[in-house]
Design a protein around this ligand. Structure first.
Ligand code: GRF
Length: 219
């Protein structure tokens, strides 16, 4: 008997390498999630070409067509809901979302952020990590809440900061980890293993898998 896969909608604004990583994971027969559609705020987002090449339905909701955030997010919600998702996956969607939009998908919307939250919320995380002299940097998958980059943390992966790193070399090392933990986090969600307890996320069967996923790659 086949079990229905969890329907995901991916929102993006840019190149779509995380989308590619999720698509690759979703090719496995036992992966419990599928991408029902991709929504972008820019018609020329390179990630859309990738989505089309993979045969995915895409929708563009251009920000220029809407006078304010509320009307934009209302239209975005209609576009996303048309795919009837169980999970909304933000993958480089470069817009601040209204509380109404975030609340509509409470517990059903996740984001990947290129830092070890709660450090370095916002933009230019890799340069800021270098400027701060941190020795460990990384990425975080978290549930989305109204406060930007502050939702309950699902998974993190850490990388060492090298003495000769630039923002670009550090970003590339972090991005490889993003591509590892985002598909894993989506799998956990689809398997029903994530429980939000206050500000924390607890895996239904304990945190051991989380640690096993992340620890061996630090270095
Ligand atoms: C990634 O660095 C992600 O952490 C951030 O936006 C970027 C998206 O990259 N939220 P891509 O479009 O998936 O390549």
């Amino acid at each position: 008997m086949s079990v229905a896969k969890t329907r995901c909608v991916v929102l993006l604004s840019g190149r779509g390498t995380n989308l590619a990583a999720i698509l690759k994971a979703a090719q496995a027969a036992d992966y419990p999630a599928m991408i029902a559609g991709v929504v972008a705020n820019k018609a020329d987002a390179p990630g859309l070409q990738l989505a089309r090449a993979a045969g995915l339905p895409v929708t563009v909701v251009p920000n220029a067509n809407y006078p304010d955030r509320d009307s934009y997010d209302a239209a975005l919600q209609v576009a996303v809901d048309a795919y009837a998702p169980a999970l909304v996956v933000l993958a480089g969607f470069m817009r601040i979302l209204t509380p109404a939009f975030v609340n509509h998908y409470a517990g059903q919307m996740i984001n990947i952020h290129p830092s070890l939250l709660p450090s370095f919320t916002g933009l230019h995380t890799h340069q800021r990590a270098l400027d701060a002299g941190v020795r460990i940097h990384g990425c975080t998958v978290h549930f989305v809440t109204a406060e930007l980059d502050h939702g309950p943390i699902i998974a993190q992966a850490a990388v060492a900061v090298h003495a000769d790193d630039t923002a670009n070399t550090l970003a590339a090392r972090v991005l490889a980890e993003e591509h590892r933990i985002y598909p894993a986090a989506i799998r956990w969600f689809a398997e029903g293993r994530l429980r939000i307890a206050g500000q924390q996320v607890v895996l239904a069967d304990g945190l051991s898998n989380n640690v096993a996923l992340i620890a061996p790659r630090l270095g």
